[in-house]
Design a protein around this ligand. Sequence first.
Ligand SMILES: [Mg+2]
Length: 289
Amino acid sequence: MKETGEPMAQAETVIFTDLDGTLLDGNYRCDPAQPLLQRLRELGIPVVFASSKTRAEVERLRRDLGNRDPYIVENGAAILIPEGLLGEEPARAGCVRSRGVWQYAPARQRTEILTVLGRLRQEHGFRFRAFHDLDPGRLAAITGLDPEAAALALRRQASEPLEWKDSPARLDRFRELLRQEGLELVRGGRFLHVQDPACDKGRAMLWLLGLYARHRGAAVRSIALGDSENDRQMLELADVAVVVPGAAGERLSLQRREGVVVAPAPGPAGWARALSRLLGLDRQASHRP
Ligand SMILES: [Mg+2]
């Protein structure tokens, strides 16, 4: 893969990052990335979290990390923009305001998805375990989340994660039946996600970039970071894609060849090294006394 040469201009860059396996490690921590997150905040470079996680989960993480930028939840099913951040653009773009945040939610609702899943399970006997089947205690035991975080993970708006407990051949059949219902199955880091095919992280990113460009009156450049299949569209569409490898060195293979960087390490350590190099911040840091 080809590496990009010169560091990108900082002021006009917006960063879009996946969370699990990318900014966060297997223990949901991002310690090695904290100094760079702080530096980006000082420089005014937005870091947009783009995750399969729920609004409630991402909001907790944003609070913990002091992030004040827009965020994309449930794989693009909803886009949230803190009030005042992009002026009047969210209102013009058809967002709805609640609790100091503008929300744009183009996806089909979770209740519809659960209805379809219930019917397919009943008619075909598919074996899977969806989040809807779990209480916070069970989900905490499966994922290693603490019970409070697990409760936030269950507060979904427009997508349903599940663990497949049936054969691979039956999974293909399940996928096809979902497609006939107008839904798609996307592989995330830990779960398969049933969601509206009209929504993905890539489309959400482009929509948000449009708002940034109109608000600033100039084009903005995007850097996207991700590690798995549900990051693919975002990584294919960003100006620069950073593929973060998995713990065993496995990595997502993109169609594009230009503008792709493979992070030198998994998780938040690789995230920070790849990004600081792209932004030229590694050199600035080394020139400090
Ligand atoms: Mg991930």
